[in-house]
Unconditional design. Structure first.
Length: 384
């Protein structure tokens, strides 16, 4: 009985190209290394990330100061409410007046510090953002250089594969499992279409329109268990296609990656100085390359500079603490003392992340954090 058709259990390939087509040549690799060295932003990101982390701690202290002012004012209101009764009782009235005076002076001292610290935080934040702007400028310049290099690589490859005598030769070592009742020739014949199709899928210079010029079995052997090992030489007419373009982007770092940011608390997340959202788990798309990541929760911060080469998960855990609910905005430049704008609950607005990634993500809501003046009248209205 002869079995002419079987279901292949597995098929292994070990292919190599004997033609000299290279995605990136040695000279192009050297040009890439020079660009990477010239526009290295690692030290700049570390410095800016550290400053932003320190700034967030100062914001926490600033918030605590506002809570203390609120507490002192509540205490003052309580003391004043009892003043008429104290006057009528004529009991230690002078000492009571002295306590009121001390309380007024303390509130004035705290509000003076609040005003000074607020202005200092605004100046400091602008300085930090200027550093991130400089980093983004270097990124833009680097991307322009990489785009120019990609253009040169693409032109060379298109010229190479378009030459009439250009042939992509594949030397394939593979194995498959055949029926014990099949001959080597029958098994190879049944496998031929799959071998050719898989070779086209895996070789970057081949696609569905590639023409098979030759298909030669160099060697083949099968043991008694039906395991067939073979060597095959194939020749194709190569063509420029999307697989080549994707490989160029990957080698030049022009692709993007999806990163997952994880914490044990609902942290505020920043990438390259821009707040992208608040939560225990966030997803964000970034271009490949160096990025500064910072997670902030109450008075604690976790930060690092990461070289993103693909999709990944970054975890920053904190000691869980209860969050105070009061949010206090910075005073306007022309505001007077003892005028504090309070908001019992956190206010959410929208922020924008860098628009360098290929895919669009759902915008994440975030808190309008202290240390920055309201960006527009709507923000200011929310804090009134």
């Amino acid at each position: 009985m002869r079995y002419s058709r079987i279901t292949f259990m597995f098929l292994c390939f070990y292919a190599s190209s004997s033609f000299g087509l290279d995605i990136i040549t040695s000279s192009e690799t050297k040009a890439l290394e020079e660009i990477e060295q010239k526009y290295n932003i690692d030290s700049l990101l570390i410095s800016a990330n550290d400053k932003l982390s320190t700034h967030k701690k100062k914001e926490s202290d600033y918030h605590a100061l506002s809570v203390e002012i609120k507490s002192k004012k509540t205490e003052y209101d309580h003391v004043i409410s009892k003043l008429p009764a104290k006057i009528l009782s004529r009991s230690n009235i002078n000492a009571y007046y002295q306590d009121i005076e001390k309380l007024v002076l303390k509130i004035d001292q705290l509000e003076t510090k609040y005003d000074i610290d607020g202005k200092s935080l605004r100046r400091e934040y602008k300085t930090i953002m200027a550093e991130y702007d400089a980093i983004n400028t270097k990124r833009t310049d680097k991307d322009e250089q990489l785009a120019a290099l990609k253009s040169d690589i693409t032109k060379r490859l298109i010229a190479d594969v378009s030459k009439p005598d250009t042939v992509q030769t594949i030397d394939l070592d593979g194995s498959t499992l055949c029926s014990k009742f099949q001959s080597i020739n029958d098994c190879l014949k049944d496998s031929e279409n799959y071998i050719v199709t898989n070779t086209i899928k895996t070789d970057p210079f081949l696609n569905d329109r590639s023409v098979l010029l030759s298909y030669d079995v160099i060697d083949a052997s099968m043991n008694m268990s039906g395991n067939l090992n073979y060597k095959i030489k194939m020749a194709f007419k190569p063509s420029y296609n999307s697989k080549i373009d994707s490989l160029i982007n990957e080698k030049l770092g022009l692709k993007s990656a999806m990163i997952t940011l994880v914490s044990n608390v609902a942290a505020d997340w920043f990438i390259d100085g821009v707040k992208i959202g608040t939560g225990r788990e966030l997803f964000h798309e970034v271009p490949l390359g160096q990025h500064g990541i910072l997670a902030s929760y109450q008075s604690q911060d976790k930060s690092s500079v990461e070289f993103i080469q693909g999709n990944g998960v970054f975890s920053y855990n904190f000691n869980n603490m209860s969050r105070q609910n009061d949010l206090v905005s910075l005073p306007n430049k022309d505001s007077k003392k003892q005028v504090i704008k309070m908001k019992p609950k956190q206010v959410n607005t929208n922020n924008q992340a860098n628009a360098t990634s290929k895919k669009s993500l759902t915008d994440k809501g975030y808190e309008y954090f202290m240390g920055i003046e309201p960006a527009n009248s709507e923000h200011e209205k929310n804090f009134d």
